[in-house]
Design a protein around this ligand. Structure first.
Ligand SMILES: [Mg+2]
Length: 163
């Protein structure tokens, strides 16, 4: 059980899809809150929409895997052109596996991209998928998430993003 991401970037804008492709990745299981969309907003920022464009241009497929279930999650998936598995219950494996089925992919072809070690990275590593950590977009988050962030800071230490 590992909390260590395979790749770490400063934001979704700098995630290197060519690097992922070189690792055999063609399917992306992507977190929404604070990865693509700041938690306190419902308007997707330009880098999120640009990411969706890069995914399409790279010939990859993507599915949002969100522990959230509000309307904004559905709107975001629609706007990004991504599939969606809401109420994911990450880090449990079920939603990740459901996402893979939606995309018609297997674990060895998939990467998990997210901002939290204890949900996105832990869950992705447990299933043997490539894991990609990005820094959270907003410091606004749920109280239990803020607590986990303190632990994450300790685990990541002085590790710096690749780009
Ligand atoms: Mg998140």
């Amino acid at each position: 059980m590992s909390l260590s991401p395979d790749l770490y970037y400063s934001s979704i804008a700098t995630v290197d899809l060519t690097e992922l492709a070189s690792r055999g990745v063609s399917a992306l299981l992507v977190d929404l809150d604070n990865t693509l969309l700041p938690r306190d907003t419902s308007q997707l920022p330009p880098p999120a929409l640009a990411f969706a464009g890069r995914v399409r241009d790279a010939g990859m497929k993507a599915c949002l895997i969100s522990n959230n279930w509000h309307k904004r999650v559905h709107s975001a998936a629609c706007e990004l052109g991504f599939d969606l598995v809401p109420r994911a219950g990450k880090p449990l494996p079920f939603a990740f596996l459901a996402g893979l089925r939606r995309l018609g992919a297997v674990r060895s072809q998939a990467a998990v991209i997210g901002d939290q070690l204890f949900t996105d990275i832990l869950g992705g590593n447990a299933l043997g998928m490539v894991t990609v950590l990005v820094r959270p977009l907003s410091s606004t988050d749920l109280p239990h998430t803020l607590l986990l962030r303190k632990l994450e800071g300790g685990i990541l230490g002085d590790r710096v993003p690749l780009a």
